[in-house]
Design a protein around this ligand. Structure first.
Ligand SMILES: [Zn+2]
Ligand SMILES: [Zn+2]
Length: 137
């Protein structure tokens, strides 16, 4: 457990989340409200949802990006893939890019592993130029 600042109310709290338990509870309520509203009014635009539920647009967008909420019909192509820009229903990337992102992470990891020196040949030890090319028998 580590002590951290709640991203929402700024209070110090012990926990793994970015916000404290109290804010988490509030956020659940907010989420439920948005979800319930969308269930009944799937053709509402994002602004309308925000107005009716009192939940700010960035907050609703975060729910969408976290994959907890899906874009309703009224929101149209609101949510876009962060990589290629094609419309998506939920999350950060479209299916194609999601695959690519996973691969990118794997490749990046491999590159890091490959670039770390295996045998440390940079031994510090005086100016001894010990080359072997002059040895004849
Ligand atoms: Zn808080
Ligand atoms: Zn994409």
């Amino acid at each position: 457990m580590e002590l951290r600042n709640c991203k929402k109310c700024g209070r110090l709290h012990y926990g793994t989340g970015r916000i404290c338990n109290e804010c988490m509870k509030k956020e659940e309520e907010v989420f439920d409200r948005v979800k319930a509203y969308l269930k009944e009014h799937p053709d509402s635009s994002l602004v309308k949802v925000s107005e009716e539920t009192g939940v700010t647009v960035p907050e609703i967008e975060r729910f969408l990006r976290e994959g907890r909420l899906e874009v309703s019909t009224g929101m149209g192509d609101y949510l876009k893939c962060m990589k290629c820009g094609s419309p998506i229903k939920t999350g950060k990337y479209c299916h194609d890019c999601e695959k690519k992102v996973v691969n990118d992470v794997k490749t990046a990891y491999k590159t890091i592993v490959a670039s770390t020196p295996v045998g440390s040949e940079t031994k510090k030890g005086g100016p001894r130029m010990h080359t072997n090319f002059g040895e004849r028998k």
